[in-house]
Design a protein around this ligand. Structure first.
Ligand code: F6R
Length: 236
């Protein structure tokens, strides 16, 4: 594991964007595993800048996102599809038909999950997976549990996750209670993993996840077994 501490969110965002950019430059048809939430917003802004400066070309890139809320369609401004469109895809030359986000409104969620994993396999797996981390140690929406779940699956969100994500909604009652998330098989199958976290509130979970025992009650701890993991943390 490469563990890097930087001074602030701006440095974290630049470092993350540089790693993602290097991946795309070295392999223009990379499959990027992408995340939503507040952690990657700065990195996405940096990637947009690089694209606008002519330093990056996304035309051959494919992306697969980690998760989506159940019940929200892609036009809903709280959906993760909408987040990806507005924070990255609309501003670079990625082919939207090659951007995959699980559907939160599929009538057959089990089939949607299986198809999602089949698609990742068809793409040849993920080259670089970007992750944030929840205060409870979740990655994607793999919440603390008795075991790690391999496949893409439906999850009921933990109360702490619902509270943490309420900041993006008008009221906590509007936060969906369930989501579809890529499982640990998809994440651990990525050739490279980059996890970014910032803020004093994340310090404890970063300690537990990367310097403590590997425990499904701290889902991100499984990443300690990944052979190419980079963690970047900034206190501010
Ligand atoms: C988002 C995701 C989540 C977030 C995590 C941290 O696609 O999969 O695991 O990365 O909840 O969220 P932020 O960055 O908002 O603190």
């Amino acid at each position: 594991m490469r563990y890097i501490e930087v001074e602030n969110y701006e440095q974290l965002s630049v470092a993350a964007a540089n790693i993602i950019a290097a991946q795309v430059i070295l392999k223009p048809n990379s499959v990027l595993g992408l995340a939503t939430g507040s952690s990657p917003v700065g990195a996405y802004k940096e990637l947009i800048k690089k694209y606008e400066n002519g330093e990056l070309d996304f035309s051959a890139v494919t992306s697969v996102n980690l998760d989506e809320y159940i019940g929200l369609d892609g036009d809903n401004d709280q959906s993760y599809r909408y987040f990806m469109n507005t924070n990255l895809f609309n501003h670079v030359n990625i082919d939207k038909s090659k951007t995959f986000v699980p559907s939160g409104i599929a009538t057959d969620i089990e089939k949607e999950c299986k198809d999602y994993d089949d698609n990742i396999a068809r793409l040849g797996g993920i080259d670089l997976q970007l992750l944030g981390i929840g205060l409870d140690g979740h990655i994607g929406f793999n919440e603390p549990d008795e075991f790690f779940t391999k496949a893409t699956h439906k999850v009921t969100l933990d109360e702490s996750t619902i509270e943490a994500n309420a900041r993006f909604f008008e009221s906590i009652d509007d936060v969906p209670r369930a989501a579809v998330t890529m499982g640990m098989g998809g994440i651990m199958g990525a050739k490279k993993v980059l996890l970014i976290a910032n803020g004093e509130s994340k310090k404890e979970i970063i300690e537990k996840a990367f310097f403590g025992p590997i425990d499904p009650k701290v889902p991100a701890s499984i990443l300690q077994l990944h052979s190419d993991l980079t963690v970047i943390y900034s206190k501010k």
